[in-house]
Design a protein around this ligand. Sequence first.
Ligand code: AHR
Length: 502
Amino acid sequence: MIRARVSLNPGAVVAPVSRRTFGSFVEHMGRCVYTGIYEPGHPLADEDGFRTDVLALARELGVTMVRYPGGNFVSGYRWEDGVGPREQRPRRRDLAWRSIETNEVGIDEFAKWAEKADVEIMYAVNLGTRGVQEALDVHEYVNHPEGTAISEQRRANGAEKPYGIKLWCLGNELDGPWQTGHKTPEEYGLLAASTARALRSAEPDLELVACGSSSSSMPTFGTWESTVLEHAYDLVDYVSCHAYYEEHDGDLGSFLASAVDMDFFVNSIVATADAVGARLKSTKKINLSFDEWNVWYLSRFQNAPLPEEWKVAPPVIEDRYHVADAVVVGNLLISLLRHSDRVTAACQAQLVNVIAPIMTEPGGPAWKQTIFHPFAKTAALAKGDVLRLHIDAPTYETAKYGAAPLVDAVATHDPATGDVTIFAVNRDVANPVEFTVDLSAFESGFTVAESWILADDDVYAYNSKEAPERVELRPFDGVVIDGGAVTVTLPKVSWSAIRLTR
Ligand code: AHR
């Protein structure tokens, strides 16, 4: 039997779990908004046209924050198209996804949806085709209480109180040549700094996110962040990270080790940001907003051109997720939690239909993809402090990342309840691994409060409209507590969560 071991210590705290780790993303893209969160003719639509089945699933997923309205979409978006009487709102071309945007949903509708879903809004401004003035205008619309032209416009449109949005993205992926209004790091750094300065004059305690690299494979990775932060260090709170993973050419082993790359990504950007801080003799720390992450079969999308015809909400990148994808998603959450001292906001991209944990059929049902399950359980059970741990596990050789540990894990300890939760993955494609967690540093004995496993003989099994519950979490029997240690046998390609209580 292959064995792995870890010791937990309540005093070895990385940081408290940030609730913003469990963010998601709603972009005006494909069917995320239209026939995703919003479908007025649907039998389950509420009085505002929102699908109540999707709202219920978003709540069950445990999403705490949602980034809106893009994405690549935002870099050509005029926010004012989406406010005021619906019949007067213009239809526009969305160049990012070659679609027609009807503007039936804008910030007022989204704010209503966010309230119903009980999530914080993370708002992205357009710094692709627009600049400081338009960022100030949308800020005035959403956050200025009253008595100015634009805040009165919001009130006239039915929202008497400001929305109080705290977290703002200064554009999206402007390092990418595909981005409308793509910029050099120098150009973007200057624009991000002047936009941040202006927004702060309006509301000093906003939390601002400067765009980092759109992927760690970009040729400008690292130098982009460094140049941007040289200009904006004192003015922003976060730099963003985006990362998508997929299995290439049947290389499941490398795919299962995707979190190794996420760890590398985080460590590199923390080092880069801290180096800029050191050069500037600043004691301030810039945190990371991992505001786009997921499994995305991007290569399939790149090989399939966008539709010729301009349509409203055409299906775009509706990836279907299998068991191994869910294990990777669970492992990416383990990585994000492990870095809770610096990654204090994150958004899985996206929420509905577009590379999403929730799928819908227009006029029909909504169902959970496999990746729904590790997200929902982690959001529900990761409470209190993240513990620093060193896993003693055998490694396996991957083509992409070299030697990777067979087991990865993170643990949280909630001082309020005394509960300890362990999240673990077995990356072995063929064998189970016996995993022992030493708890002798804790005072009293534990019992198992709940334990869950996501695994299947068929690692490519998936859920669909016809079989929405083909892949579910199962109670994980066989968790053995013996003295000060817990031992479990993790099946091949599995994700698990074990909550211990006293
Ligand atoms: O989430 C899909 C797209 O991926 C986003 O619009 C963009 O920011 C990223 O490249």
